[in-house]
Design a protein around this ligand. Structure first.
Ligand SMILES: [Zn+2]
Length: 52
């Protein structure tokens, strides 16, 4: 199993719901910020990314 380099330094969330809540919170604090939740192949948890 290959782990994305993201895993080492990125916060991982146990559920998509939790990740989405955090994303919305951060977008609320930072105008113009666009965050997306994605399921990680490496750790099988969820991370946030600002990339499309
Ligand atoms: Zn991961």
């Amino acid at each position: 199993m290959t782990c994305a380099p993201d895993c080492a330094h990125k916060r991982a969330y146990e559920s998509e719901y939790e990740a989405q809540r955090v994303a919305e919170h951060q977008m609320g604090k930072t105008p113009g910020l666009e965050l997306r939740v994605y399921e990680c192949d490496g750790c099988e948890k969820y991370h946030l990314t600002s990339k499309p």
